[in-house]
Design a protein around this ligand. Structure first.
Ligand SMILES: NC(=O)c1ccc[n+]([C@@H]2O[C@H](COP(=O)([O-])OP(=O)(O)OC[C@H]3O[C@@H](n4cnc5c(N)ncnc54)[C@H](O)[C@@H]3O)[C@@H](O)[C@H]2O)c1
Length: 331
């Protein structure tokens, strides 16, 4: 049966993959991409879907009441996957208000419209950063305390609490997912993995903040999309699902692995000043999605990095177009 899926933030890195995944796995689903086209968006990520009759783009702002109301009335979604978010780390510390506007007020508006319409299921995108920075051997799961370090993480934690309250008071069918760091095709080169690959391809210095001692837990986008699919269709109402590889690695170590895989050498590394708000996020446990929903990642770091290096080498034109500002023309 035909279903309508509203994806907020679908012109972003993760959202564009989710849209492509749904369109290629559920031919009966119509997808509405609701995006404000902020600087982290690029409709070029979805250029192959542009003429797909099951795909619609709506240019709007989730923190604008009229825009949100219009989309819900016009498209009457069965499912809502809420990814739209302000996540620019550099704005993080100095412009916290924009995080409150999009991530808290925007989420509350989406939630209100979900409540007032016949949405069957909503998936809220949070982040494992809501647990705060922690040591490598810390035991973090979905029941751990919320201890955000940055305005970004604080705003995501606040949104999660609005979602949880709505589940309790209105019995909404909503699940929260808290992903670790995701990487894959079409990610902008300000993020670590594409930054390293791009620097090596273009024979530039490879920038590393501080001594590169911060930890991250990396997940390949294909594995991530599968997890979202499972949570959307089988996730329990009111449940929180961490989505992670459960394997932390230091930034400097992943940088060196990529450099070696690309037949370059460590002399390319250039240590930059420590970045404010660049905390350590080693690995959270993602037991519920594995044990209750049967998810296991298929891409370990080795395989994922091989895929992504291959993709950037073959799509360097796309990266250059982003750098030249060409993608802005789509806005
Ligand atoms: N990328 C990761 O590693 C990662 C990790 C954990 C959680 N997440 C979460 O996943 C989601 C997507 O992340 P991403 O990396 O794709 O981010 P992104 O910045 O690439 O995409 C976000 C999208 O949201 C849109 N947007 C921003 N403000 C909006 C507004 N007011 N109205 C409508 N659209 C708006 C942007 O234009 C953009 O297209 C976010 O909720 C983020 O918190 C991402």
């Amino acid at each position: 049966m035909s279903k309508r899926v509203l994806v907020t933030g679908g012109a972003g890195f993760v959202g564009s993959h989710i849209i492509r995944y749904i369109l290629s796995n559920y031919s009966e689903y119509r997808v509405i991409n609701f995006d404000a086209l902020t600087p982290s968006a690029s409709l070029n990520r979805l250029s192959a879907e542009e003429n797909n009759p099951m795909y619609t783009f709506y240019h709007g702002d989730i923190s604008n009441e009229k825009d949100v109301q219009y989309v819900f009335e016009q498209y009457r979604p069965n499912f809502v996957i809420h990814l739209a978010s302000q996540s620019y780390i550099d704005k993080n510390i100095h412009q916290p208000n924009i995080f409150i506007q999009t991530n808290v007020i925007g989420t509350q508006l989406v939630l209100q419209n979900v409540r007032e319409s016949n949405v069957e299921k909503m998936v809220q995108f949070s982040t494992s950063k809501v647990y705060g920075s922690y040591k490598e051997d810390a035991d973090i799961d979905e029941n751990s305390r919320l201890l955000p370090y940055s305005p970004y993480a604080a705003s995501k934690a606040a949104a999660d609490l609005f979602i949880a309250a709505s589940y309790r008071s209105h019995k909404l069918n909503v699940s929260i997912i808290r992903p670790a760091n995701i990487y894959g095709p079409y990610q902008f080169t300000e993020k670590l993995i594409p930054a390293v690959i791009y620097s090596v391809i273009t024979n530039k210095k490879v920038p590393v903040f501080g001594n590169g001692g911060s930890y991250r837990d990396w997940l390949y986008i294909n594995d991530f999309c599968k997890a979202v699919d499972l949570v959307l269709h089988k996730g329990k109402a009111g449940e929180i699902y961490n989505i992670s590889s459960q394997e932390g690695i230091k930034n400097i170590d992943i940088v060196k692995i990529i450099i070696k895989k690309m037949d370059s050498d460590d002399s390319k590394i250039e240590h930059l000043k420590e970045r404010m708000g660049d905390e350590s996020y080693p690995a959270v446990k993602s037991i519920k999605v594995r044990e209750k929903l049967g998810w296991t990642p298929k891409f370990d770091l080795e395989k994922g990095l091989d895929e992504i290096i291959h993709w950037y080498k073959n799509n360097i034109d796309w990266v250059e177009e982003i750098h030249s500002g060409e993608y802005q023309k789509n806005k």
